[in-house]
Design a protein around this ligand. Structure first.
Ligand code: MN
Length: 422
């Protein structure tokens, strides 16, 4: 440890070198286990800190938190206390977990507070009121435009002037581990005159990150790019499952509908904006210049490495994509400013996903649509198994982490298995 930076935080909890859940991270989630009802926890290493027990033992008594605020099946009420409070809660836990702090380390309740992550079931972290999906990767939008429209004019004229998005379906957002069922719907072969009904033959994933809003606005009010981060509580990994054949037939003129709304999977631990602060990087240069309400005084882009894996039944997982959140053309502050510029109100627990995150290299594309170029090219897995889209029995796994100066902050994973159509 002698070569570590002087400000290195070390915990008395053992945290392995590659753990996403270091003392710098401390994400919030909702868990239960065989004995305990749903409640709020913070992850560190292989452990969960049960905040409700910490509270009962008086570790937050100076904060005058509402009774039972951690004994909830969602983070919404805690988040609604505001960033000033949630920041303090996280910093208190960070302090208590520091190696030389004996208050929890040597406390008789330590065994009740510190639980095993592998014995816990993770639930949906928030009750999501509204969900919006953006389309903010220029590489992804260009690839899709080339495939479905005109290779010479892949981006539509509005794309570089506003963060394109659509209102998605919140009811079908599910936590990691819950299987999805192959959707059925109408599809139409370009060569055929009429549509057919049946299971999607082009089931796909979209590798995304989503932020959760932590503060509401009044109808009619807008959020500026300068204030946007006050409204962002944290981030999760987001797999925006997509049925490309259903989508291709239905999307004109009003955009995605049943090709998207059947399921989206999220990682269960919400990584706070504060934990990601040190991984900020310069935002992409935007040309042409954007309108004033979309201009930013500082960076709102993050260097977060992202990976997608496909694991066919009985096989090992095989990496099919490596990309980075910093590739996004539109940043989160611009997304939120644009979302609210017309006076549309937001609530605590809304979810806003980035859109598929693709890079420039073919192995950095964040969907099978792009990786297989709409089924024209085969994606070879490590086992030799070939895929163009996702088959029944496949599990799709996404991982994400940021790392800098020996400090690692990660998301864990989001995974879901695909079951045959009903
Ligand atoms: Mn999407």
């Amino acid at each position: 440890m002698s070569d570590s930076p002087t400000n290195t935080l070390i915990s008395w909890v053992e945290v392995s070198k590659n753990s996403d859940f270091t003392i710098y991270n401390l994400p919030f989630g909702i868990f239960q286990n065989k004995k305990l009802s749903p409640r709020i926890g913070i992850a560190i290493g292989d452990k969960i800190v049960d905040l409700s027990i910490l509270d009962q033992e008086g570790f937050f008594s100076d904060m005058f938190l509402p009774e039972g605020v951690f004994l909830k099946d969602s983070l919404n009420e805690m988040i609604a206390l505001g960033k000033v409070i949630t920041k303090k809660i996280r910093e208190r836990v960070q302090d208590l977990l520091t190696a030389d702090n004996e208050k929890l380390r040597d406390h008789s309740a330590r065994g009740k507070v510190m639980l095993h992550r592998k014995e816990a079931t993770m639930l949906m972290p928030v009750k999501i009121g509204d969900y919006t999906d953006f389309y903010s990767s220029v590489e992804h939008a260009t690839n899709v435009g080339k495939m479905f429209r005109d290779p010479e004019n892949a981006l539509l004229p509005n794309w570089k002037h506003l963060p394109v998005g659509y209102h998605g379906r919140a009811s079908s957002i599910i936590p990691s581990g819950v299987p999805i069922t192959r959707p059925k719907g109408q599809t139409k072969d370009p060569e055929s005159g009429s549509p057919v009904f049946g299971p999607s033959k082009k089931l796909d994933f979209e590798l995304e990150l989503a932020f959760i809003t932590g503060k509401s606005t009044k109808l009619g009010d807008s959020v500026s790019t300068a204030d946007a981060e006050d409204y962002i509580f944290g981030f999760v990994l987001f797999n925006d499952w997509s049925a490309r054949d259903i989508q291709a037939w239905e999307y004109v003129p009003l955009g995605p509908f049943l090709g998207k709304s059947f399921a989206s999977s999220i990682s269960p631990w919400v990584v706070t904006l504060e934990a990601l602060e040190q991984f900020k990087v310069e935002s992409q240069v935007q040309e042409p210049e954007v309108l004033d309400y979309l201009k930013c005084d500082k960076s709102h882009s993050f260097d977060i490495q992202l990976e997608a894996y496909i694991q066919p039944d009985g096989e090992k997982g095989s990496k099919v994509s490596t990309t980075n959140f910093k590739n996004m053309y539109w940043n989160v502050a611009q997304q939120l400013a644009h979302h609210t510029v017309n006076g549309c109100n937001i609530n605590v627990g809304d979810m806003m996903a980035s859109g598929t995150i693709s890079g420039q290299e073919p192995d950095s594309y964040g969907s099978m649509l792009e990786l297989s170029w709409n089924g024209k090219e085969v994606v070879k897995l490590e086992s030799g198994t070939e895929r163009t889209f996702i088959e029944d029995g496949d599990t799709v796994i996404m991982k994400g982490f940021a790392e800098k100066d020996g400090v690692r902050v990660g998301f864990g994973e989001v995974k879901a298995k695909v079951l045959p159509a009903k």
